[in-house]
Design a protein around this ligand. Structure first.
Ligand code: PMP
Length: 426
């Protein structure tokens, strides 16, 4: 292995050779050189508990030996052909995905990222319905491409000042800052009903699809109330609008179910995936029902999509998740972490809200007047890093601590994380 050059030289090269839109966490960032399951190591040998998993990617842990073995064996045998030649890993993966996806979702298309998966899903929805308008949610993030960015409801990620037209935004189901000033105990799901008003007022009435993350990741782990998706789906069905559920960040055991939408008892018409599907090998996919897939017959090809190496990595990932019951582990350890965060909330008024499911948890940091504690969030992140814990950060005001560790973390890791956070908040 190459001798690490250290963070200063990395920052220098980054300034010199990377387009400056690529940003990083921390005032004093370490150089990460090695990963082993839930732990990362920097150039000095210091160990960190990874509480962000490369933004919800390495659900099975860094360099999981079974996944590395499958990936290496495939890379040494046949690395790439493109989809114009027949290979087996991609069809085995499609079969495996059909067996874990909710309801009638059965036919997949593979690409190389989450943004591409959402682009493809939008095209599929247009072909399946003969319509071209979309609904998305405020605080959503669906990608970095022209359309993905236009479906995104966070100004920070909408760099393009001439977005795609025909997209209407519905209020986010953000209970802590309810767009209708309601409270959970008296909530009548006005945010879900707003979808109908939007179809009737800001669209032609002919909408192809609504995009939604089951939990809004970049939006700040915004977790819709339990009846939200059922009500939304009734409305969409009434108007012939497809529901595209973006499981890019929430999928593959993360929330204590294989897919987060399962918590809401709703069957999506299309589901998009990426990130954790191959535990770090670049992959994206969308999956749909037979009748919608049947409308998508004109050629579409993603050169690297589902290539033998990423497909082999994804198959091994699905095996590890099932064999080691990482979904059950996420539910159990997520429960422990959430209870611990709630206990910290009682002692530390900086924590305004604790939310999320399984091991996709957020703690929104606020000042006494409930205004976003953005600078404090950065300070907490930096101090946690110095203590050996890499916590994530997101939200419209970048004031939500994100806890999305590899699902292989232990009880001891959770307890150590809570103890360090207690200390730092104090
Ligand atoms: N959808 C969601 C919910 C995401 O969180 C992201 C990335 N953070 C994307 C789509 C885009 O995925 P990618 O970066 O792989 O293009």
């Amino acid at each position: 292995m190459k001798q690490p050059i250290g963070p200063e030289d990395i920052l220098r090269k980054k300034r010199e050779y990377l387009i400056p839109c690529v940003y990083h966490f921390y005032t004093a960032p370490p150089q990460i050189v090695r990963g082993e399951l839930q732990y990362l190591y920097d150039h000095t040998g210091k160990r960190y508990l990874d509480c962000f998993a490369g933004v919800s990617v390495v659900n099975c842990g860094h360099c999981h030996p079974d996944i590395v073995a499958a990936l290496g064996a495939q890379a040494a045998t046949l690395q790439h052909t493109s989809s114009v030649y027949l290979t087996q890993p991609v069809v085995d993966l499609a079969e495996a995905l059909a067996s874990v996806a909710p309801g009638r979702l059965r036919k997949s298309f593979f690409c190389a990222s989450g943004s591409e998966a959402n682009e493809g899903a939008a095209l599929l929805a247009a072909l399946a319905t003969g319509r071209s308008e979309y609904i998305s949610l405020r605080h959503a993030l669906h990608g970095r491409t022209k359309l993905g960015m236009s479906l995104t409801g966070l100004a920070m990620w909408r760099t393009d000042a001439s977005p795609v037209g025909g997209i209407s935004f519905a209020p986010s189901p953000y209970c802590y800052r309810c767009p209708f000033d309601s409270r959970p105990d008296v909530c009548d799901l006005a945010c879900a009903d707003a979808v109908e008003t939007i179809i009737k007022t800001t669209t032609s009435g002919q909408v192809a699809a609504m995009f939604a993350e089951p939990i809004q990741g970049n939006g700040g782990i915004i977790t819709p109330p339990s009846g939200y998706f059922r009500r939304v789906k009734e409305i969409l069905d009434h108007y012939g609008v497809l529901l595209v559920v973006d499981e890019v960040q929430t999928g593959f055991g993360r929330t204590g179910r294989m897919f987060a939408i399962e918590h809401y008892g709703v069957e999506p018409d299309v589901m998009t995936m990426a990130k954790a599907l191959a535990n770090g090998a670049p992959v994206g996919a969308f999956i749909t029902r037979d009748e919608f897939a049947a409308r998508f017959t004109r050629p579409s090809a993603s050169t690297l999509g589902g290539n033998p190496v990423t497909a082999a990595a994804a198959l091994a990932t699905l095996e590890v998740i099932a064999r080691d019951d990482l979904t059950g582990r996420a539910a159990a350890l997520g429960g422990r972490l959430k209870a611990g965060l709630r206990a910290l909330q009682e002692r530390h008024p900086l924590i305004g809200d604790v939310r999320g499911l399984g091991l996709m948890l957020g703690a929104e940091l606020v000042r006494a007047d409930k205004s976003p504690a953005t600078a404090e969030t950065d300070a907490v992140l930096e101090k946690m890093k110095d203590r050996g814990f890499l916590v994530g950060k997101n939200g419209l005001h970048r004031n939500v601590l994100a806890f999305q560790p590899p699902l292989v973390i232990s009880r001891e890791d959770v307890d150590a994380l809570l103890a360090a956070l207690d200390d730092v908040l104090g």
